[in-house]
Write a protein that binds this ligand. Structure first.
Ligand SMILES: *Cc1c(COP(=O)(O)O)cnc(C)c1O
Length: 469
């Protein structure tokens, strides 16, 4: 039975001559359309060959329509802007910190042209690509030198490889962190070639523990900020100052992984335990590492600041070449850092700080304004304003909560999962947070300029999403 039908399946050329696909060839490319046609015809052949009974073939026009739909769907970029309504400000899955306009402008201006990445325009000499940001980083942190790499995991790997390969690094058992599953300090350490020498216990580590562990093979003492957990109860940690004094006595560098890399004190936003890079340098750390896209609110990168002697070993290590950042990251980072020269300017311009400093009253007013508009959407039965808590995210501590207001949506038909899925797939994409049978849209992580886009995105959803597959 099947062979007859197989013969009736249209050819590639029949299809690409159809008006629907002709237009796409002009708009996209001949190759893309022909590949799309071949795939669909292959699927159709399999379907016919595998069918128990004879099936009715679609017409050429129906097939062309199906293929065009498939091609257009694949043309939507996978990486697109998202309205983050999760209330998690540094959502790693959503790219952590949004950038300041100044950083975006700086990226744009170097992207289209050649740029002075490794050329000093005053002298015409070759120079290191980091000099653009080195001066800003040393000014802001008080360090002697700086290096920028791909991310903080890369920074940790590089620092350990450059300062401690085949030797020991002493770390407290209470600081052997895992961040986001793929960053586990013991694994990073072994990959770098350094040997972990654990000291103390999970809850208590004393100076004597470090001191007794020092031997001829010791290369460094390391402190790691336990960004995403706290140990409570009977605890003891050695202060950075004590570690530095011990390191000095034994001529050992102290490496301080502060993680989120605040440039300013976050206590004013309710986060009392976020280490500030300048404080660590002031306490005498030889090398301080942190992320560029966490509390700093800049592009993804890993920043290493510290003493010139250690930084020279780090920047001349062969792994540096594999981890270096491009001109676009450097431009964005430099522009973000420039804003920090004036704390008020930073708060005005850096999106993360704007979101953190938005008053509760502002969030409440906006939620009250939007809720009735959202309630008008076909897919929405009820939209009400609720008070809740938001989180910093990005490997920060989940016990620290931010007060916030949300719009809580009860879907008209179908489940809350379907509504959430429609919003994720929409244009613009919206990611909210599901709480029992409600979808919460948290205003803490939404810049006000996106409010109307959010309302429109919900307006485009349809009830009974299950029927549309
Ligand atoms: C987040 C974090 C890292 C990993 O940084 P990435 O920029 O995600 O690579 C390493 N150490 C600490 C303490 C962190 O908080």
């Amino acid at each position: 039975m099947a062979p007859n039908i197989l013969r009736n399946i249209p050819s590639v050329s029949d299809l690409i001559d159809s008006p629907q696909l002709k237009g796409l060839i002009d708009r996209i490319s001949h190759n893309v359309v022909v590949t799309g046609v071949r795939r669909t015809l292959d699927d159709l052949r399999k379907e016919v060959a595998g069918a128990a009974a004879e099936i009715v073939l679609p017409s050429i026009s129906e097939l062309a329509e199906r293929i065009a739909g498939r091609i257009l769907k694949s043309e939507v970029p996978h990486l697109r802007p998202v309205i983050n309504a999760t209330g998690i400000l540094l959502h790693t899955g959503l790219g952590r910190a949004p950038l300041a306009q100044e950083a975006i402008d700086a990226m744009n201006s170097v992207a289209a042209d050649y740029a002075s990445v490794e050329l000093d325009l005053t002298t015409g000499q070759r120079s290191q690509r980091v000099v653009v940001v080195e001066e800003l980083l040393t000014q802001l942190t008080g360090a002697e030198a700086a290096v920028v790499v791909n991310n903080n995991a890369g920074a940790t790997m590089l620092v350990l490889a450059a300062l401690a390969a085949d030797r020991e690094v002493i770390v407290s058992r209470g600081q052997l962190i895992e961040i986001g599953g793929s960053f586990r300090l013991p694994d990073v350490m072994s990959t770098s070639g350094a040997r972990l020498h654990e000291v103390g216990t999970t809850n208590k580590t004393h100076l004597a523990d470090y001191e007794q562990a020092i031997n001829d093979d010791t290369a460094a003492l390391m402190r790691v900020h336990t960004s995403n957990y706290t140990v409570v109860g009977f605890t003891a940690e050695v202060s950075l100052e004590e570690m530095v004094a011990l390191g000095r006595r034994h001529r050992l560098p102290v490496i301080d992984d502060i993680g989120s890399g605040a440039m300013i004190d976050f206590a004013k936003y309710g986060f009392a335990n976020e280490p500030v890079a300048a404080d660590s340098i002031k306490a005498g750390s030889d090398v301080v590492l942190f992320s560029g896209d966490k509390l700093l609110g800049g592009p993804q990168c890993g920043i290493i600041v510290g003493r010139r002697e250690s930084l020279e070993k780090i920047s001349s290590h062969p792994m540096m070449r594999a981890l270096r950042v491009d001109k676009i990251t450097l431009a964005a980072l430099a522009a973000t850092l420039r804003l920090y020269r004036d704390a008020d300017k930073a708060e005005e311009s850096i999106p993360l700080l704007q979101l953190l400093s938005t008053s509760l009253e502002n969030l409440k007013n906006r939620a009250e304004r939007m809720a009735p508009q959202i309630a008008d959407a076909e897919a929405v039965a009820v939209a009400e304003v609720v008070e809740d808590v938001a989180y910093l995210g990005g490997g920060s501590i989940p016990t620290q909560q931010l007060p916030t207001y949300c719009i809580s949506i009860t879907p008209a038909h179908g489940g809350v999962d379907q509504l959430a899925a429609q919003l994720r797939a929409g244009e613009p994409a919206v990611v909210g947070r599901i709480q029992q049978d409600r979808l919460l849209l948290d205003l803490r992580s939404i810049p006000p300029r996106r409010d109307q886009d959010l309302v429109q995105a919900v307006g485009k959803t349809e009830s009974g999403a299950e029927k549309r597959g």
